[in-house]
Every structure is written in structure tokens, then in C-alpha cells.
Design a protein around this ligand. Structure first.
Ligand SMILES: [Zn+2]
Length: 435
């Protein structure tokens, strides 16, 4: 139940080798494109004749296309030796529009749906608020409505599959959301099979935090040699670890619950049943609740003014959101800035602990934080400097993710896209051995 890498069903040796070689070539083109056949052979270690034959096949399937070096500004001299008949060899790139992917991100408070091209670049995007107390049936109806509208835009291009990002505990094999502390009505919901039956496209589900890491890995080939920790600050807070290109997901895929590590023994009750968890300080609802307390105490004047209802009438639907708090903090509103700094201090303590435990090369902070990014990161770094062991923290880079609030959505697209590129995980039982 880890982030399922593409698997192969029972397969013969010849077919296996051909699958592996195809994916090696496609991945080489993805990482180097536009590129020459000779460079693919060098990178993959395949014989030039083998590369030629695979490339011909991939051109026929329209997964690759040829492109003149001049068209990409490679200029004369960029072509490798071999153009001795006067005409430089053509370069290759992915035909990204040949396939489409449907990506869905169900966050307790948001629903995001996108169609992407073959490598996970967004073509069509829609998002709407989600009521985390809604029934699974109502939510799935909303997802289907958004999905059908999105699929209406793919104009007869083949759809590779549907990737779904889910919060909480998941059985990836069964496509089941087992439970989510932030969506109490969801218990053992077979959301994967339900979507698959309605859309008639293969569906795969995965935890949002692991998908955030999958996307980071996809767009950063240099992560192959490093240890990277991704902290995702959304409705809740999660963590994922990439070690030398592999995702660490723990037993039954359950790792990463940093939000429920305890930072205050006498702290407030948490939705998980414990007390003083990190989430009780930094989750979206904790941040909003803290702002409401300020408003009730007659402070945070700008906040009360910008929220839909006047001070004194705070509560569900009062217009106070994390987005508003972050925006006011960025604009220098002192009470909101103090809330963000305090979130940064608590995250900083958790991150310092991670640094001491795992000694990563890099910490990537993701989530709906863009407007207050610099303030939050400054506060995190200050706390890390104060709390992590000097030798461990010395070389760690703490940075914001490139696609902060869409990371799991993009990861859901990559979950499907990688079926074309990633080498399959093989178990002995999958491979036919010669009699
Ligand atoms: Zn908890």
C-alpha cells in the first residue's frame, strides 16, 4: 500500500525487457528533451540500434515526435557526430498532447479537478469549496460533475487514467478512503471503484502528502541523490520523505503524520483524540480559531473589517479564512503577522526535530501559504537555527515548494503519468522464469 509504482501484470521475459526499454527511453527524453537519439543511447546504456527501433515504435504510437534542431535553437554544432551526409539528425521530444490525465484533489475544505497533458501540466482547472461534513455521496456527486466538465475539454484524446489525492488513511489497492480526522462522515468509502464505474476510466488513489512528494521528485531529477522532506500545510499538516529518489511511506503507507506529534503535553484536545498535537497550533482551523479569539477580544481590527460580518458575530461562516489572515499578515497587519510568526515557530520546532532525526539535505514547505510565504519561512528558519543541532542544520536548505497549493493535485496527475515512464516494481511472482 505504498505509493504504488507502476506494476506489470504477469509478464514474459521478452515483453518485460521491451517494457523496461520503452520506459527507459521515454524517461530519458522527458528529462533531457529536446534530445538526440545518440544522447538517449548514452544515458540509458542501450545500443544505438535498440534505441532506433524503440524510438520508431514510440513515434508510431505518437508518444514522441521529431523536431528540427534549428527549431529549438540548438544551432549548428549542437548536433552530435553522425550528420555526415549533410543533414543534421532530428531531435526528439515528448508529444505531450498525445494523452490526457484527469487529476482530482479532495481536501477537507477544497475540491480541485484538472485535466493535464501526458507529463502533468495543467490544461483545464476548476476548484470549489468543499464542506468537510458533507456525506461521501454528496461529495462524489460534486467530483463527478467537475470531472465530466473537465473531460468534456479533452477533445477525443485518449485519457490515460484518473489520479485522486485523498486526505487521511487509505487502502490504495482497494481505492478506499478508510478514515479522515477532518472528514468525520468518511468511513471505508470505496471512492476509487465508485469513480471508475461512473467515469469508465481506470482510477488510482493515493494520500495527498505522498503525492506532494511524488510531484517534487518528478520535477526535480536532482532529488535522485538526496534526502528531501516535504511538509504540507493544508487543512491538516503532513510530511513525506524522499530518500535517494525513493518515497518512504512506512508500514501500510501510514508514515508522515507529523501533525499528530505532540508539542504540548497540556495542550488543547486534537481531532485525533490526543492533546497538544502540532495540528492544534498550525492547522487551518486552529489558525482561524485563533484569529476569531483575537476578534472577540476586540483586536485584529483589519481582520474584523475585511471579514464578511462585523466583530462580535464571529463563528462558522464569518468570512475569516487562512487566506485572509495570510494576506493581511503579508500586508503588515500586526495581529495577523503575529499569528503567522507563531505558526512558523511551531512548525520550526517540528522541522528542527526532523533535522535532528533524519539529517535531510532539503526541507520543502508546501500548502496554501503563498501570500505569507516569506514571513512564515523567516519564522521557521529562525526557530530551526535556535533548536536544531548545529552540525545537522548547517547544510539544510529550507524553501517553499514551487506549486504550493496544487502540489497534491499535480502529484495525482504524476501518479498516472509515471505509468509511461517509471520502471515497474517487480516481484518474483510477476516474471515468468524459463522452464
Ligand atoms: Zn492529533
Amino acid at each position: 500500500m505504498s505509493v504504488a509504482r507502476p506494476t506489470v501484470s504477469r509478464i514474459g521475459n521478452t515483453q518485460l525487457i521491451s517494457t523496461l526499454n520503452n520506459r527507459l527511453v521515454l524517461e530519458a527524453v522527458r528529462v533531457m528533451q529536446p534530445t538526440f537519439r545518440a544522447d538517449i543511447a548514452r544515458r540509458t546504456g542501450l545500443k544505438p540500434a535498440t534505441v532506433t527501433s524503440i524510438v520508431n515504435d514510440l513515434l508510431k504510437q505518437q508518444l514522441l515526435r521529431e523536431i528540427a534542431p534549428a527549431a529549438v535553437g540548438a544551432g549548428p554544432g549542437a548536433a552530435p557526430p553522425g550528420g555526415r551526409f549533410g543533414r543534421p539528425p532530428l531531435m526528439l521530444e515528448l508529444n505531450r498532447d498525445a494523452r490526457r490525465i484527469l487529476a482530482i484533489d479532495l481536501e477537507p475544505d477544497h475540491l480541485r479537478v484538472a485535466t493535464t497533458d501526458m507529463v502533468g501540466r495543467i490544461i483545464h482547472y476548476r476548484e470549489q469549496n468543499h464542506n468537510r461534513f458533507a456525506t461521501p455521496e454528496a461529495t462524489i456527486a460534486d467530483i463527478l460533475k467537475l470531472s465530466r466538465a473537465a473531460l468534456g475539454t479533452v477533445s477525443r484524446r485518449p485519457v490515460l487514467g484518473v489520479g485522486v489525492s485523498l486526505p487521511g488513511l487509505i487502502d490504495t489497492e482497494q481505492g478506499m478512503l478508510l478514515s479522515s480526522t477532518n472528514m468525520p462522515k468518511w468511513r471505508d468509502v470505496p471512492i476509487g471503484p465508485m469513480l471508475e464505474q461512473a467515469l469508465r476510466i481506470p482510477v488510482r488513489v493515493e494520500r495527498s502528502i505522498h503525492l506532494a512528494a511524488l510531484y517534487e521528485k518528478w520535477v526535480n531529477p536532482q532529488h535522485q541523490d538526496r534526502t528531501v522532506v516535504i511538509i504540507s500545510l493544508r487543512t491538516g499538516v503532513g510530511m513525506s520523505v524522499l530518500h535517494r529518489g525513493q518515497l518512504y511511506v512506512g508500514a501500510r503507507g501510514l508514515s508522515g503524520e507529523i501533525g499528530h506529534t505532540i508539542v504540548d503535553l497540556n495542550g488543547a484536545p486534537c481531532e485525533c483524540g490526543s492533546r497538544g498535537c502540532l495540528e492544534t497550533f498550525v492547522s487551518a482551523s486552529a489558525i482561524v480559531e485563533r484569529a476569531r479569539r483575537l476578534v472577540r477580544a476586540g483586536r485584529g481590527k483589519a481582520l474584523a473589517k475585511e471579514a464578511r460580518r462585523p466583530a462580535g458575530e464571529s463563528g462558522e461562516g464569518d468570512g475569516i479564512t487562512t487566506e485572509l489572515i495570510y494576506r493581511l499578515a503579508r500586508d503588515g497587519e500586526p495581529d495577523c503577522a503575529e499569528i503567522v510568526r507563531d505558526v512558523g515557530r511551531h512548525l520550526g520546532i517540528a522541522i528542527a526535530n526532523i533535522i535532528n532525526l533524519l539529517a535531510p539535505d532539503e526541507i520543502v514547505v508546501a500548502g496554501a501559504i503563498d501570500t505569507a510565504e516569506s514571513l512564515l519561512l523567516a519564522s521557521i528558519r529562525e526557530q530551526v537555527n535556535a533548536s536544531a543541532l548545529p552540525r545537522s542544520r548547517e547544510h539544510v536548505v529550507v524553501r517553499a515548494a514551487s506549486e504550493t497549493d496544487k502540489l497534491p493535485l499535480l502529484g495525482a496527475a504524476v501518479l498516472i503519468a509515471q505509468q509511461l515512464f517509471e520502471l515497474p516494481v517487480l516481484r518474483h511472482a510477476d516474471v515468468e522464469t524459463p522452464a
